[in-house]
Design a binder for this molecule. Structure first.
Ligand SMILES: [Zn+2]
Ligand SMILES: [Zn+2]
Length: 395
């Protein structure tokens, strides 16, 4: 352990440097080209075997370990690398140099932690496992995990572990809760098409604004009433577009929304319910109401056996009181769930709030982290690898 701690200590100063570099030059989902090139260059300098993902987005690295023998478990660690379409409002030296783009979900932190760990543990002797580092693009649009899985990220992998920063938790504390962690998520768009005309003579038109207003009310009223209240579901219409003048009825209105639940049957029932409500609004208003659903993103479930290993490593590193194991499930979504659907996995929630400072939530223009969390994250992941049981997980 001392040997590993010493290796990490040598990289400690580079963690904030890497994070600030990534923070200054954030890239949107689907366009993580410079980030990918930067990671590949850093890995190449240290001679870490790796391959760049299709379309020059994402990296899969295979750090050398002395333990690469048959029967040794292969553990994947994953970091996401993409940023968000948000204009940063933090007056810091490392503020985003890309207008309208910001690392407001901490993926710069995840990436610098995993890169630092990869560089420091490359060629380390004495790990009980072999391991792979997955630097994944396009998390924020829920597609990058599937892209990396299609490119073999999980081939031969026994378990997968990731961190996500949590601004509600003080730095030096973590959450490692077994069971369901995030929601099943389905985004959708609804195209309401009528027949436009004069605002004074709606009877000569098919009014898509009236149909949309009714539909939104219907969704908010009927969907919760048709759902068993013991299984939470939440639906939000986040965008509505249509019309341009006070006295003109337009031809078309577009709606966008998202529906979240914490189990698959509820997600499927909510999907069916939305389709039914669209059909009913269409019939009532004689309009065309066409819903289009994005693929259903699964809920993230922390496998109890993997969560136990991660929680044990966290307690050893941070102390009993610093490790929460009973966090409530989030209605947010996380595409790390695509990995844990295929192999057992665990996402650790990493505290990044400076005690006494106000909490700024994820996905906001003032989001920032306490950078002391970077070394804690790297030390924690190293310990997870070191403490991994040599016997295969039964699953
Ligand atoms: Zn996010
Ligand atoms: Zn995130």
């Amino acid at each position: 352990m001392d040997n590993f701690e010493a290796r990490l200590e040598r990289f400690a100063a580079t963690l904030p440097e890497t994070r600030r570099h990534l923070h200054r030059y954030p890239e949107l989902s689907g366009a993580e080209f410079a980030t990918t090139a930067y990671l590949s260059e850093r890995l190449a300098q240290a001679e870490v075997p790796h391959r760049v993902g299709q379309g020059n987005r994402g990296v899969i690295a295979e750090p050398a370990t002395a333990a690469r023998s048959s029967g040794t478990p292969l553990i994947a660690l994953r970091a996401d690398i993409d940023a968000l379409p948000i204009e940063e409002a933090n007056p810091v030296e490392y503020r985003s140099r890309h207008p309208g783009v910001m690392h407001a979900c901490g993926h710069d932190a995840h990436t610098s932690i995993l890169l630092g760990l990869t560089l420091s543990l490359h060629r380390a002797q004495g790990l009980p496992v072999t391991w792979r580092a997955i630097f994944q693009p396009s998390e924020e649009v829920g597609q990058g995990a599937l892209e990396m899985i299609r490119q073999g990220a999980l081939t031969g992998v026994e378990a997968v572990v990731a961190l996500h920063v949590d601004p509600n938790r003080p730095v030096g504390t973590v959450g490692v809760t077994p069971g369901p962690r995030t929601a099943w998520c389905q985004d959708f768009a609804i195209e309401v098409t009528g027949r436009g005309g004069h605002g004074a003579r709606p009877h000569n038109t098919v009014d898509p604004i009236a149909a949309s207003a009714h539909l939104i009310t219907l969704i908010y009223q009927a969907l919760p009433r048709q759902n068993d209240a013991r299984n939470p579901v939440v639906v939000t219409i986040g965008a509505i577009q249509g019309g341009h003048a006070s006295n003109v009825i337009p031809d078309r209105v577009s709606l966008k929304g998202t529906v979240r639940s914490i189990d698959q049957p509820t997600a499927e029932r909510a999907h069916d319910c939305l389709q039914r409500l669209c059909a009913s609004a269409a019939q009532a208003f004689q309009a065309s109401v066409a819903p289009a659903f994005e693929p259903l993103l699964p809920g993230l479930v922390n496998e109890p056996a993997v969560a136990k290993i991660c929680a044990g490593a966290a307690r050893e590193l941070l102390g009993e009181a610093a490790v929460a194991t009973d966090d409530r499930v989030s209605m947010g979504a996380e595409d790390f769930a695509e990995y844990t659907r295929l192999v057992p996995g665990c996402m650790i929630s990493l505290g990044v709030n400076t005690p006494g400072r106000p909490i700024t939530p994820l996905h906001t223009p003032t989001f920032d982290i306490d950078e002391r969390a970077l070394l804690i994250g790297a030390r924690l992941l190293a310990r997870v690898l070191l403490r991994w049981p040599s016997a295969s997980l039964s699953h």
